[in-house]
Design a binder for this molecule. Structure first.
Ligand code: NDP
Ligand code: GDR
Length: 384
């Protein structure tokens, strides 16, 4: 049986993703009954939410998962009808910008039409007065720089199939709000990261590599455009903003950002500095590389990192053009004034705090890998 003590009911699409996991935890703490939409996959894909899992045979549950997909209208309609949610957070998406160039049609279907399917399900089910909808819009909408910092008034110029699909999601949300008087809002969120960020996004790719290089498990980190600038915040702060957006009297769209921008190159420097390694970059474009020029023995000792893993003069970062995008977004820096003033939202994390948390967690994770490797357990060959 599902709890019915008048707790608010939320549906989160994309619950197995980074933001879905943080938001589920946040809403559960607020006393919500949380339903999540989960895709069927050939392997378990619930690592980020396993700590929230509740026995499906238990009498009272406030965390319930449903199989579903944003490309499947009938399934969405059935789940929404069954749950009758007070709030829907539409976070599900093919969210990788580079991958969207390889799978543009699928990305349009899931990220663009997916948003329409949610909105239209609520409309068709007669829930427009009851159900509030949050649409996960993105700073990628700004794309080619029109002005900085970017605010709710800055014109959009999307630069990838992902961003174009999200542009549709943005405008269909505005349109349904105006046409059917729905409480439907866009959060235009700038990049936000965490220790559970997907491993192929640049921040996590960097923090994982820093941990592996420090522990002698990897030699080099290959990256694409080091000059891209991003406004990076922490996912934990950003899911609170999502919730606040749905608690206002009037439905409106909000930019959520820190207002500080940093290059990928500086993120790399800061992440290595966390483990006591100083990097210097030299060369240009595809020939740019990062070399270890100094080390801080005190930090290395404190973190129990063997000094022999940190060789002065060693190249640890190289550029590989396979990570370049056909069209790039060079500079993102958000103006969160509206969210600060109207929602009272302020991020608690700074970028150094975020990087420290991510590097610390990845060091812990890689130590586990190192331990397994040393014990001969790392490679299980099923196919021998
Ligand atoms: P993730 O990539 O970590 O998570 C995406 C989630 O969507 C996963 O649960 C994934 O499932 C699910 N999903 C993908 N395709 C489908 C589909 N067709 N049907 C149902 N579920 C699907 O993204 P984030 O958590 O980082 O981002 C959440 C949302 O916010 C996304 O919409 C993203 O585009 C947007 N966004 C993110 C920002 C960021 O910096 N993180 C900034 C601005 C916007 P599975 O686990 O099975 O892959
Ligand atoms: P982004 O995030 O494209 O901003 O989209 P990502 O971390 O993928 O890239 C950020 C910047 O880093 C540059 N870069 C690399 N990126 C990746 N992934 N891998 C590399 O090796 C690499 N080297 C350099 C990229 O070119 C880019 O400029 C994220 C996603 O979460 C979207 O879903 C979300 O909408 C936006 O943030 C806001």
């Amino acid at each position: 049986m599902i709890s019915t003590n008048k707790a608010k009911v939320a549906l989160i699409t994309g619950i197995t993703g980074q933001d879905g996991a943080y938001l589920a935890e946040f809403l559960l703490k607020k006393g919500y009954v949380v339903h999540g939409l989960k895709r069927r996959s050939s392997l378990f894909n619930t690592d980020r939410i396993d700590h929230l899992y509740q026995d499906p045979h238990a009498t009272h549950r406030n965390f319930i998962l449903h199989y579903g997909d944003l490309t499947d209208s009938s399934n969405l309609i059935r789940i929404i009808q069954e749950i009758q949610p007070d709030e829907i957070y539409n976070l599900a998406a093919q969210s990788h910008v580079k991958v969207s160039f390889d799978t543009p049609e699928y990305t349009a279907n899931a990220d663009g039409i997916g948003a329409l399917r949610i909105l239209d399900a609520v409309r068709l089910l007669g829930l427009t007065k009851k159900t509030r909808i949050y649409q996960a819009s993105t700073s990628e909408l700004y794309g080619l720089v029109q002005e900085v910092p970017q605010s709710e008034k800055t014109p959009f110029y999307p630069r990838s199939p992902y961003a174009v699909a999200k542009l549709y999601g943005y405008w269909i949300t505005v349109n349904y709000r105006e046409a059917y008087h729905m409480y439907a809002c866009n959060g235009i969120l700038f990049n936000h990261e965490s220790p559970v960020r997907g491993e192929t996004f640049v921040t996590r790719k960097i923090t994982r590599a820093v941990a592996k290089i420090a522990l002698g498990l990897q030699d080099k980190l290959f990256l694409g455009n080091l000059s891209a600038q991003r406004d990076w915040g922490h996912a934990k702060d950003y899911v609170e903003a999502m919730w606040l957006i749905l608690q206002q009297e009037q439905p409106e769209d909000y930019v959520i950002a820190t207002g500080v921008t940093t290059t990928v190159r500086d993120f790399v420097r800061m992440a290595f500095a966390e483990v006591g390694i100083e990097i210097e970059f030299s060369g240009k474009d595809e020939l740019e590389k990062g070399v270890i020029i100094d080390r801080d023995d005190e930090i290395l000792n404190r973190l129990n990192i063997p000094i022999e893993h940190v060789k002065l003069g060693q190249t640890v970062v190289k550029v590989d053009s396979q990570y370049f995008r056909p069209t790039e977004v060079d500079l993102l820096i958000g103006d969160p004034s509206k969210a600060n003033n109207k929602l009272g939202w302020l991020p608690k994390y700074t970028l150094p705090m975020l990087i420290k948390e991510m590097v610390d967690c990845d060091l812990q994770l890689m130590r586990k890998e190192e331990y397994l490797r040393r014990g001969g357990f790392s490679i299980l060959n099923y196919f021998e």
